[in-house]
Structures are given as structure tokens and as C-alpha cells.
Write a protein that binds this ligand. Sequence first.
Ligand code: TEU
Length: 549
Amino acid sequence: MTIDKRKVVYQIYPKSYKDTTGNGVGDLQGIIQKLPYLKELGIDMIWLNPFYPSPQRDNGYDISDYTAVNPAFGTMADFEKMIAAGKELGIEFMLDMVLNHCSTDHEWFQKALAGDSYYQDFFILRDEPTDWISKFGGSAWAPFGETGKYYLHLFDKSQADLNWRNPHVREELFKVVNFWKDKGVKGFRFDVINLIGKDEVLENCPINDGKPAYTDRPITHEYLKMMNQATFGTEDGFMTVGEMSATTIENCILYTAPDREELSMAFNFHHLKVDYQDGQKWTITDFDFPELKRLFHTWGEGMSKGDGWNALFYNNHDQPRALNRFVDVKHFRSEGATMLAASIHLSRGTPYIYMGEEIGMLDPDYDSMADYVDVESLNAYQIMLEQGKTPEQAFAIIQAKSRDNSRTPMQWDASEHAGFTTGTPWLKAGKSYPEINVETEKTGPIFTFYQELIRLRKTLPIIAEGDYTAAYQDSDSVYAFERSLGDQKLLVLNNFFGKEVELEIPAHYADGKILISNYADTTISKTITLKPYQTLAVLTQDTRTLSNS
Ligand code: TEU
């Protein structure tokens, strides 16, 4: 199973992309309408977050019917049109498969509740709950109707974990995967797929909420092999990405090394926890740059050596905007946005762009708790109040950390609601839309820089295929790496701060060629001064290794 490493994926949160009906919710027709825009950007594949029927307790990650389209987003005919319209433009689709859990509204759960023992074995039922905590707060177990039993839900209580030990469950889920594959999709993103294998005996686990009993279990690799064989494994070029919660490099190599025949690549989240205080999300603190570097370097080198493949990203629908986290956006929004982009698009792995990133969108800067809708944020706010935080303190944390930060409507133009809808949007548009929108940004420095990065990956094999080695490990402001392919080397320097920094360039790069930079008029010499948030990539044919200067 090989993938095309020149491809770049663009993530669309359908609910927030473009509404063509005026119901305040984005839809598939809206995506069709915007395909030419994405063609212009140059991306190859679109990952769509769930658009299936769902009570929307967790915005579609609580699926009640795996093989249909939620009427709020359109029809199956719209879906087919979208695939066909993409094909004409050379844009493929990757669908989100939420196979760890289903909605408690799903007929499997409803039949189980009604007493059908065949379907009861689809879920994880126990007489006694363990002390595990759900990832959205509170116990991970809820009473199973009036039976006196409890069912496991690692996420919201409306998301019941499926029992992958049961072969009938696997069979049903593989049918789902094949249903969409047969409709012409060319990729899948598997939600929290490293959590599907649960230990048979579930025990109390006071230190880490039960995680060792269900994270990266060896049996998960077996399940992925089975799924690969039963579904997409024979389709050359098919792209699959697993979302891995609290995972390890060792496991991600196993999940993604081509000879393992599990998945094509993996998302991990370690680099997005560098602004968590003591590992806790609901805190506010500056990001830890040395730790960010260390993680990029260990994962970059580890996956490179082990023949694993990373999915590269800073943004998605669960994360506040990276620009707000890592960049002084007041002074350096464009420089910061382009530097962050280069730091992953020139790295080893498949880059993912989250909608709006290509125009430098920011967190919405809402004024009140009433603007937030995400179940995780609402739970966290209550828990913080119970723990003694003042409403002001709790609100400030939600403002910085809420998943709604990235879910705000795509900013198309300066008209009301950012040109997203003519109705009332399900989530308010961010305050920045009058200035930051596609209309104003499309010819600007950020969008055009993304276009160039995407083009470079397609034209230079060293970007798509080259190895990854850490560089300038001791620098306290520059994250740098070197790519190599055959005799060729590429040095990528990224200044993560708003002040200039001087570097000695190894002699063999001194007569190298500047591949790309986010500042004009940079020249290469022995000593080089990187401007605030400057990114600079230098290409050479020379084979001497880079000294750690
Ligand atoms: O997210 C998995 C996950 O672990 C998230 O809880 C993530 O760590 C968290 O949102 C960061 O605060 C996936 C989906 O991406 C997410 O949208 C779903 O809510 C979740 O699975 C359950 O399906």
C-alpha cells in the first residue's frame, strides 16, 4: 500500500464552511461551490468531518446512522455530486470514520437497550463501573437503562464505546467503510482509532483514568490489519490516517510502516500540549518552545528511521488556532502564519491545512460564555467553577482553549456573518472577519505562500520523500531541520519569536539556493540574520553533514 507523498490534505468542518440554504449550517452544496477556490490553493484531498445523521451532542462524532447524510447538510445525491465535481478538478475526498463509538440514538444501542442480547454484545457493559474518567469530564460509565448494568463511554455519555472484540461489530463497521469507499472516496480519517482495543478485564486505575487498558493495546494492531484487508488495503494510493490519542512513536511506526498494512499515517498530539500547564488542558501558560522542538525532532527522526509516516498539522477542529497559541499575532500575523506553514509543509510527512489557516484566521474572541456551544467547553466550564475558579477565570480559559475557537464560520468576505450564511449561523463568526477573509487575503502573503509550499512539494522529491534530521538543536529561538535525498540537502530554519536572531550557516550551504522565505531580499552568507518569525529554506547539492553550530 503506497501513498503519493506529494499530496496535501485540506480539512473542512462542513458545519462551518459554506451554507447555501440559509439554515445557518454549512452544507455539501456549499463545499461544491468552493471547490474552485480549493483548486486554486492547490490541495489534493479534502478531509470532511462527520456529516452523517446525528443528534449533534458532539457535533457529528455521535453518529446515529453511518451510511446516510444528515439532511441539515444535504442529500446522498449532493454527496455524489460533490465526489464527481471534485474528480473533475483533481480533488479527492477523505471521510471521517468514527468507529470507536456510536450515538446512543443508533439503532444498535436502542435495540440493546430494548433487551436484544445480540446488540447488547455490541457495547461494553459491566455490572460495576470502574473509576475511569471520561475524556469530556465525569465518569466514563453511565447506567444502561433500568438493567442495573453500566455501559462504557470514553467521551460523552451519548457516545457509547463499541465492542471490537465482537466479530459482528467489526463486520458491521467494515461494511460501513466499504459503503463509502464504493461511493468513490479515496481516503479515511479514523477517529481515536488507537482506543478501539480494550482489555478484556477492566479494572480501577486511579492514576490515569483507565488509559492503559484501552490505549495502543496490541490487539488494536490486529484490528487495523483486519480492517485494512477487509476494506481499503488493495486500493493503491488510498490514504488513511489514524487519530491517535496519547500515543507513542513505537506504536505509530507500527500503525504506519507500509509493510505492516495497517494505516498510511498517524496524527499525534504531543506537540499541541506544549502550552498545557502540568499536562492539563484547562490552564493558561506560554508555550514551551524547547519542548516543542524536542517533540518535533524526536518524532521527525524517530518516524524517519522507523519508516513510519506522520500526518503534519497545527490546526484542526479540536484545537484553538495555532496562530493565537504560538505567534504574536498583533504584530506578526502574516510572518507567523507563513513560518508555521513552512515548518510543517517542508517537513517529512503529509501536511494538513485546516480551513481558514490559509488566510490566517484567528480565534473568534467571543465576549461571553453564551457564545460557546461545544459540549467539552460547557462541561469544562462547570467543572472549573466547581473547583473554585471565578467565572472570569474560567471564561478566560475557555476563550483560550475551547474547541469552538476553530469551528467558527469560514470567513469568506466582509459581509454579515463573514459571507458564510444568509441565516443565523449555528456558531457566531469570529470578530476578525471584516479584515481577515478570503476576499482580502487571496492575493495576500499568507494564501500565496501556501500555494507556493504546495507547489514545491509537488515539484521537489526531497520535500516529499527526503529523510529528516534535527538541526540547531541548541538554539533557543530557531526550530530547524535538514532533509536529505541522495546527494541533495535542504535546510529549513524557522524563527519562532518576534526578535531577530543570528546564525552561522554551515559552509556548504553558503553558496546554496534559497528555496523559499517569507521575507524578500534575504541573501545567503556565512552569517545570517533571521528576522522576526522568518522562515528560510536553503537547498544545496552538497553531501557534507550539517554541524551543530
Ligand atoms: O477527538 C479525540 C480526542 O481525544 C479529543 O478529545 C481531543 O483530544 C480533544 O478534543 C482536545 O481537547 C476526536 C474528534 O476529533 C473530536 O472532535 C471528538 O469529539 C472525539 O474524537 C470523540 O469522537
